[in-house]
Design a protein around this ligand. Structure first.
Ligand SMILES: [Fe+2]
Length: 193
């Protein structure tokens, strides 16, 4: 099984840009919370979440085309590689999310982007962000317009959950790590957008 330490070694050997590392952490913490929700292995889900964009910095135009072989050769279990490939389902792979881990990764990859954008605008960052406020921003198509709401909806449908249920889990899962993901807010000297 992929360990968090191994996921970090592999990911950080390929990814150096600060914003991409922050994204990996956002997805990692959200995946930890989703694992708790499903009663699954938290650290394992976090590891897969952290590693999911392994080839993106090096191959942004061919995302997930440079993932399968190197990760298998590096000893990452096939089921974890499959999970990573499935987050690009319908966009850059044909690997359909089947397990709750895969469906969660597919969903939170995009969902954490809007949570991050939303939290960055707030004086107290993510620390006092409530799901209700988040959902207002989610429904405002002009806000963080590049984040693909349809993909998030599709992922939530696969999970059999509402966007608000998944967002609640992810926000709660990210809050304790606000400092690590630079979401303490503008009052605390965090980044604003
Ligand atoms: Fe991602």
């Amino acid at each position: 099984m992929l360990t968090l330490q191994r996921a970090k070694e592999l990911h950080d050997s390929q990814v150096t840009e600060a914003h991409l590392i922050l994204h990996a952490k956002n997805v990692m913490y959200a995946m930890g919370a989703m694992a708790d929700h499903f009663g699954e292995d938290r650290v394992h889900w976090m590891a897969v979440g952290y590693l999911h964009d392994y080839d993106y910095e090096q191959h942004p135009e061919a995302h997930l085309q440079f993932t399968e072989q190197p990760l298998l050769e590096a000893g990452v279990p096939a089921e974890d590689v499959r999970a990573i490939l499935s987050h690009g389902y319908g966009i850059c792979t044909e690997v359909k999310p089947e397990t709750n881990l895969e469906k969660s990764l597919f969903t939170v990859d995009e969902l954490t982007g809007i949570i991050q954008a939303c939290a960055r605008m707030r004086p107290k960052g993510i620390t006092d962000l409530e799901t209700k406020s988040f959902m207002k921003k989610f429904k405002d198509k002009k806000f963080a317009a590049k984040c693909n709401r349809a993909l998030i909806q599709q992922g939530c449908e696969m999970l059999g959950m509402s966007v608000s249920e998944v967002a609640e889990i992810c926000i709660a899962g990210m809050k304790p790590y606000a400092a690590d993901i630079a979401l303490l807010g503008t009052e605390e000297g965090g980044e604003s957008c």
